[in-house]
Write a protein that binds this ligand. Structure first.
Ligand SMILES: CC(C)(COP(=O)(O)OP(=O)(O)OC[C@H]1O[C@@H](n2cnc3c(N)ncnc32)[C@H](O)[C@@H]1OP(=O)(O)O)[C@@H](O)C(=O)NCCC(=O)NCCS
Length: 138
């Protein structure tokens, strides 16, 4: 998937979407690990033995059909191949779909950052911190 396509999908999901140039910069970093399909992508930052899930997005028309799980699991498998053993992320506590995706795929809650996200309407929400240990041989 191209940086332009990533920017389009990301912008359709988040009020402060990232630009094509920002995705191009991200993808050019050796620490970036990306998996994608025609309608979604996942991006991790890898600093062995740890990795962080930066973002994962599926086209709204394709959600709820297992694509997010596939993208996440492919990314975790590729990270394991680079020597990653522990993966971290933060997610908006109001993002039920993302919380479900992560919790059903091995991530557990490790902490909370109160009021971390600020929404366009001025509302604040907490960030849930999560982590996942990747079993050896994944
Ligand atoms: C989060 C996101 C990537 C999930 O992608 P998806 O393709 O819809 O996810 P899947 O179909 O693989 O579902 C994964 C699990 O989460 C559950 N789930 C998905 N959407 C859900 C929802 N709205 N509410 C509750 N559970 C949900 C599914 O039931 C599934 O569980 P199962 O394996 O038991 O069936 C997608 O909703 C998205 O792009 N959201 C906008 C961007 C975003 O918020 N990204 C995450 C933060 S960076």
């Amino acid at each position: 998937m191209t940086p332009a396509e990533m920017a389009r999908l990301h912008g359709a999901s988040f009020t402060r979407g990232w630009s094509e140039d920002e995705f191009a910069d991200l993808l050019a970093r050796p620490s970036t690990l990306a998996t994608s399909t025609a309608t979604g992508f996942a991006i991790l930052q890898v600093i062995v033995p740890e990795a962080e899930v930066v973002t994962i997005v599926v086209d709204p028309a394709r959600r709820g059909q297992g694509e997010g799980r596939k993208l996440l699991n492919e990314a975790l498998k590729a990270a394991a191949g680079r020597g990653v053993t522990d993966v971290f992320l933060e997610v908006d506590e109001t993002n039920a779909a993302a919380l479900a995706l992560y919790e059903k795929n091995g991530f557990t809650r490790t902490g909370l950052r109160p009021g971390y996200y600020r929404h366009a309407d001025g509302r604040h929400s907490d960030a849930v911190l999560m982590s996942c240990a990747i079993p050896a041989g994944t």
